[in-house]
Design a protein around this ligand. Structure first.
Ligand SMILES: Nc1ncnc2c1ncn2[C@@H]1O[C@H](COP(=O)(O)OP(=O)(O)OP(=O)(O)O)[C@@H](O)[C@H]1O
Ligand code: SF4
Ligand SMILES: [Mg+2]
Length: 407
């Protein structure tokens, strides 16, 4: 299913760009060279935009601390897309919110650094003051939230919401902000005049989702975080949003962090995939490595749980058991109670994320394939023996263009 799908109230994507993305340098304050949370970026590759190390977040609740994100590290380069996959409650949204410091009061970042780099300047986002933080959000890193309806203000027309964001970030010229709003709405294939003058409840779910994507692009950020961008959309609208994201990404070369349950979406849009379990990245690598050669039993479980059009319903396996209590995690590997490969060793020790390629880099990011499992090679061998080739081909390449799984 390819091509330009259009739905009610939407317009064709303009060909050849709109000019809307002329660099809005006048809105980009020289904040990176001014703030006091600068870090030495000389060792970072020039195209690195985010370098996250040991990020940990906990929510304080009556029973104790919910360890929602545990020692997460990854690198992200310009133009790259990282998909965070994992079942509900694994900590994906908390991780995404921590990257823009938009966590609720009950949450505390207990450890780690989030280094953001642009134009040779690098800062630790977790240490910047409130003015710099305001600038970082939207100008440098925009987040599109999980629920499109809740993320928009119900009592403001779309146009006014764009103007508010623009004004809060230094675009004081109302006419320019309106012009930019209309161009962005066109860019995301919406009937710009109609949508700009509408209240959120007058728009469909897919239209609201595209409004939020347009808003995320308002200040031309270097990083965009999309939390479940296609959940709750019908299949045609999902296709429109996916095609749109792919095109915007190619045109703009922003880095994208995509949070999704949807493995097919991850396979289509991502360069890197990170499997998140109980607040930790337990496997990370290129789409091909993670989906064709998974080394963690949890990734295998997620892949086996994907329904296909041609597959027999009875062949589907879910990941058996329940996710652990994040307040009282099991000793050793958190996946042990659900793992078909577990041994005594797994109960004694928590496996670290290491390269599955001997001598390879152990930080999730470009070029590495890592997994946190004592029996990773056994998992990989077993998967390749039992691989459901047809199912994977559908997961990894809904349009049929990718190679079949290597066995
Ligand atoms: N405000 C909160 N207070 C206490 N615990 C919270 C809060 N928000 C999230 N949590 C807990 O943190 C853990 C991670 O939640 P999070 O929303 O990040 O998961 P998720 O992977 O995004 O799930 P989903 O796929 O359902 O969106 C869960 O155990 C959740 O119960
Ligand atoms: S370390 Fe052990 S329990 Fe954990 S995922 Fe690997 S095999 Fe399973
Ligand atoms: Mg979530």
């Amino acid at each position: 299913m390819t091509g330009k799908a259009t739905v009610n109230g939407t317009a064709e994507l303009p060909e050849g760009g709109t000019g809307v993305f002329a660099p809005p340098s006048r809105f980009r304050l020289p904040w990176l060279s001014a703030v006091d949370a600068r870090v030495d970026g000389s060792k970072l590759p020039k195209d690195m935009v985010l370098s996250v190390r040991d990020l940990s977040v906990a929510y304080r609740v009556r029973r104790g601390m919910v360890q929602a994100v545990r020692k997460v590290s990854f690198d992200l380069r310009r133009g790259e897309t990282l998909a965070l996959i994992g079942e509900s409650g694994s900590g994906k949204t908390t991780l995404a919110l921590a990257l823009v410091r938009l966590l609720v009061r009950a949450a505390k970042i207990t450890d780690g650094t989030v280094v953001y780099q642009r134009d040779g300047h690098a800062v630790d986002v977790l240490r910047v003051g409130s003015d710099a933080l305001r600038h970082y959000r939207w100008n440098e890193c925009a987040m599109v939230f999980q629920s499109a309806l809740n993320a928009l203000n119900p009592v403001l027309r779309v146009r006014d919401q764009f103007i508010d964001v623009a004004r809060a970030h230094g675009m004081t010229n109302r006419a320019a902000a309106v012009e930019r709003t209309l161009e962005l709405l066109k860019l995301v294939q919406l009937d710009a005049d109609r949508v700009a003058g509408s209240y959120p409840h007058e728009l469909s779910g897919g239209m609201r989702q595209r409004v939020l994507i347009a808003m995320g692009l308002l200040l031309d950020p270097q990083v965009i975080i999309l939390d479940e961008p296609t959940t709750a959309l019908d299949i045609l609208t999902q296709r429109t949003v996916i095609d749109l994201l792919r095109r915007l990404k190619d045109e703009r070369q922003f880095a994208l962090i995509l949070v999704s349950h949807d493995l097919a979406l991850a396979a289509e849009l991502a360069d890197l995939v990170a499997t998140v379990y109980a607040g930790r990245i337990v496997e990370c690598g290129s789409v091909k490595d993670v989906f064709y050669r998974p080394n963690h039993p949890y990734t295998v479980g997620l892949l086996n749980a994907v329904p296909t059009l041609s597959g027999d319903f009875r062949q589907l396996d879910s990941v058996r058991g329940q996710p652990p209590d994040l307040i009282d995690l099991p000793r050793g590997c958190a996946f042990r109670p659900r793992c078909p490969f577990g041994t005594d060793e797994c109960e004694r020790e928590d496996p670290q994320l290491v390269s599955v390629v001997p001598g390879g880099p152990a930080t999730p990011g470009t070029g590495s394939h890592t997994a946190a499992c004592f029996h990773a090679s056994e998992v990989a061998t077993s998967f390749s023996r039992h691989i459901r080739t047809e199912q994977l081909a559908e997961v990894v390449s809904p349009d049929g263009s990718a190679e079949r799984a290597a066995t």
